[in-house]
Structure formats: C-alpha cells, structure tokens
Design a protein around this ligand. Structure first.
Ligand SMILES: Cc1cc2nc3c(=O)[nH]c(=O)nc-3n(C[C@H](O)[C@H](O)[C@H](O)COP(=O)(O)OP(=O)(O)OC[C@H]3O[C@@H](n4cnc5c(N)ncnc54)[C@H](O)[C@@H]3O)c2cc1C
Length: 405
C-alpha cells in the first residue's frame, strides 16, 4: 500500500472529518467568515456524497430522487474553495496533528493545524444474535437502496403477504413503518417493536398521538414493552413479559441505538460548550459523535446548529475573539407518516397534521439542504413534478367515462 505524506502549506489547514450535517455545514460556514489569512479547507468523507437523512425514507416511495437527497460533494463544493478528499479516516494523532486516510489510492497521511471531528455514529448491530447477518440497518444511501431492492424482490414474488418487522419505534422506525405500509398497501404486514411503553418516546405528545392514530389506520401492529432477542434468516424472536416467541418475517429492519465510530472509541474528548476540546485547542467536535460529551440529542437539527458555532469558534480562535458556547434552540419536529401524511410540532408546541404538515416538512427541509445551487435545483425538480402530477390528474379525470344520472 502506498504511503504519501502531505505536508502543510503556509496558510493554516483545517481538516474537517465527516461531511454530514455537522462537517459539511461547518466547512460551508467557514468559507463565509472574514479571514485575515484564508485557510485551506479540506473536507474528508469515506463516501462521495452528502446524505440528507431526514428524506431517506422517501426513496422507498420514490417521492425524491437520489440526486436530490444525496448530492455528490464534488458538485456541492464546486466554487466554494473547499477541497474534498474521499477516504476512510483510520487514525488520528492529535499530538503530531496527523490524520491517516485509507482509500482507493492507498494510505495517505494528512497534516492539519485544526481538525473538526464530525464522523457521526453507527448502527449497533451486535445487540442481539443474528442482527448483523439478517437485519437491515437504515442509515446510509446504500442501506436504503438495499432495502428498496429487498422490497422489490418480495413484491415480485408470489407471496400473498409481505411480513416486515421493524426493531425500534423511535423516529426512524415510525417513519419507515408509514412509508412501507403505503408502499406495500394490503400486501404489507408491518410490525413495529419497541421495549419502551410508547412509540416516539422523545417526541412531543401531539406527534406521538397522531402517529399512533395514522399507523393504526394503516394496519401497522405495534408491540410495546417487547424486546427483540434474536433475528434469523426468515424469523424474529420477541420477548414480552418474560415469554419468548419466534415469528416468521420476510424482512427485519434495525433502527435501534447508536454506537460511536470505532476510531473515536479510544479517544477521550473533554469537550467545552464551545465545541473545542479542553486539552487540545486545535480539536473541535460536533454532531452525533459529540453526543457522549454534550447534553444534546443525536439529531441533524443539533448538528446543523452546532456547525455555525463550530465554524465561528475556529475563526474566533485565529482572530483573538472570545469563543461562544453553543446554545441549542429546539425548533420542533416533523414526523413523516406515509405518502402525503405527516405530523409537525413547531417549536415543540404548535401541532399541525396531515397533508399540510407533509408539504411543510418537504419545503422546510429544502431550506436545510446545503448550498443555494442545490436548493434551487431540487426546488425546480419538485415544482416540475408537482405540475406534472396535476396535469396527469386532470387528464385522467377528463378521460373518466361520465356516469349516467
Ligand atoms: C434515516 C434517518 C433519518 C433521520 N431523520 C432525522 C430527522 O428527521 N431530523 C433530525 O434532526 N435528525 C434526523 N436523523 C439524525 C441525523 O441524520 C443525524 O443526527 C445527523 O446526520 C448527525 O450529523 P453528523 O454530521 O454528526 O453525522 P452524519 O450526518 O452521519 O455525518 C457523518 C459523516 O462522516 C462520515 N464518516 C463516518 N466515519 C468515517 C470515517 N471513518 N472516515 C471518513 N468518513 C467517515 C460519514 O460517511 C458521514 O458522511 C436521521 C437519521 C437517520 C439515519
């Protein structure tokens, strides 16, 4: 394996590890600050695209396209001055200020002046026997495409019913249940399983109640106070009140839990509220990978808000300004519950349900997508498909035979 050693240039080099909500938006914010000496900005990710996870479910029902929710970094970062480097971060040496990457071109060691850790977290598939081999996680574009293929194969089979078990009734489990029940319709037998006594345990009560009602209307079974204790090729074992039962399942989806990236497991981060590491002023961390060290949930909303603070504080450290502690402003929550159906709790207080909430969710998320160019492209495509749908609807209504009175 080739080993290249990239030396630092005169201008400071800021390496941002992870191009998700925390990392990509930190990099974009950094470009907009009034630098005395423009730094070299390097964004590193093992994938070649950003992923707008809140709309990942919509791929299953073809309400969005891959390009809309997973734009390539090369396209997104054109004309921003940020350099993208595709590679797996395999080691970090904060003393020597070195990052080791492994990719198609072999191994590469990058030097940095400042490093931002924004590596997200991973799906823990080792919690129950069989989950790693037989359950499908739902976090990445590849996960969504694998699930789409698996569902398509089942749809093409001669099965009368398609049995899907979803482990975890948090946001991901509930949104998956809604989309899959709309996709599979009367062929779907969808079961949502959680050991908690209620679904969406961290959501505002209004969102939870609406989700319970809509999933109930769609015939989704909800097994609460129930643990998944095993997964096999065509079955899932559940435990309720100490009694275990194995059920046949065509698909088992895993949405439970978060685990820290293995790279960071050995690293003890003493993070200040400014997102700067207390014992290493050149190291910042944010988003899901900073969750164990700060009192905020693992959400895109937190990572996105932190990115503005992280960028500002890096700039402030270079310009002798006071660093600002991160203040979280909870803006509320959207939960999608199928095609054209959602629940919204604006500022966790104002509740809106149904088709209006579904449209609001879509357009609010558009404003959270990275770069104006990408937002305009997606807006154009969505408006185009809205017009096409209306024209198609009108044509099909006009083509309907008149019923005699
Ligand atoms: C299906 C789904 C739906 C969600 N819906 C919502 C929602 O509606 N609202 C909400 O607020 N939150 C939602 N979330 C949570 C949200 O996606 C995360 O909290 C958010 O993405 C965290 O941002 P981050 O930058 O910390 O991590 P991520 O966005 O996960 O980014 C981490 C990046 O690091 C890269 N990476 C990881 N390890 C390495 C490595 N070793 N080398 C190189 N690159 C690496 C990854 O490829 C990734 O691009 C959802 C999550 C999922 C999975």
């Amino acid at each position: 394996m080739g080993l290249s050693f990239t030396t630092t240039s005169v201008m400071p080099r800021i390496c941002i590890l992870g191009g998700g909500f925390g990392g990509l938006f930190t990099a974009l914010h950094l470009t907009k600050l009034p630098w005395r000496h423009q730094p070299e900005l390097l964004l590193v990710d093992r994938r070649d695209h950003f992923l707008f996870t809140p709309l990942l479910y919509e791929l299953l029902t073809q309400e969005v396209s891959i390009g809309q929710i997973a734009p390539a970094f090369d396209t997104l970062l054109a004309r921003t001055g940020i350099r993208f480097h595709c590679g797996e971060v395999t080691a970090l040496d904060p003393q020597a200020k070195l990052v080791t990457l492994t990719g198609g071109a072999g191994q590469e060691v990058l030097t940095y002046d400042d490093v931002v850790l924004a590596l997200g977290n991973e799906a823990p598939l080792d919690l129950v026997p069989g989950a790693r081999d037989y359950a499908l996680p739902f976090r990445t574009l590849d996960d969504a495409l694998r699930l789409h293929r698996a569902v398509s194969d089942l749809e093409a089979s001669d099965r009368e019913k398609i049995r899907v078990c979803i482990a975890g009734a948090g946001g991901s489990g509930v949104e998956l249940a809604g989309k899959l029940s709309d996709r599979l319709r009367e062929r779907g037998r969808i079961r949502l399983i959680d050991r908690n006594p209620q679904i969406l345990p961290h959501s505002p009560a209004a969102n939870r109640r609406h989700a319970e009602r809509i999933l109930g209307d769609r015939g989704v079974w909800i097994d609460l106070k129930t643990s998944v204790v095993g997964v096999a090729a065509d079955a899932i074992t559940l435990e309720f009140q100490g009694i275990q039962e194995a059920l046949a399942a065509d698909l088992v989806l895993w949405t439970v839990g978060n685990s820290r990236p293995s790279l960071l497991q050995a690293l003890s981060l003493d993070l200040a509220p400014t997102l700067q590491c207390r014992h290493d002023p050149n190291l910042f961390a944010l988003g899901d990978c900073a969750v164990p060290f700060l009192p905020y949930p693992a959400t895109a909303q937190v990572a996105f808000q932190q990115s503005g603070y992280c960028a500002y504080n890096i700039w402030a450290a270079y310009h002798g300004q006071r660093l600002l502690p991160f203040t979280y402003l909870p803006l509320g929550e959207f939960v999608s519950l199928g095609v054209g159906e959602a629940s919204a709790a604006l500022f966790n207080v104002i509740g809106i349900n149904g088709a209006i909430a579904a449209q609001m969710r879509r357009w609010v998320y558009l404003l959270r997508m990275p770069t104006l160019d990408h937002q305009l492209r997606v807006a154009g495509e969505w408006l185009g498909s809205l017009v096409n749908d209306q024209v198609a609807d009108r044509i099909s209504r006009e083509a309907e035979p008149m019923t005699p009175k």
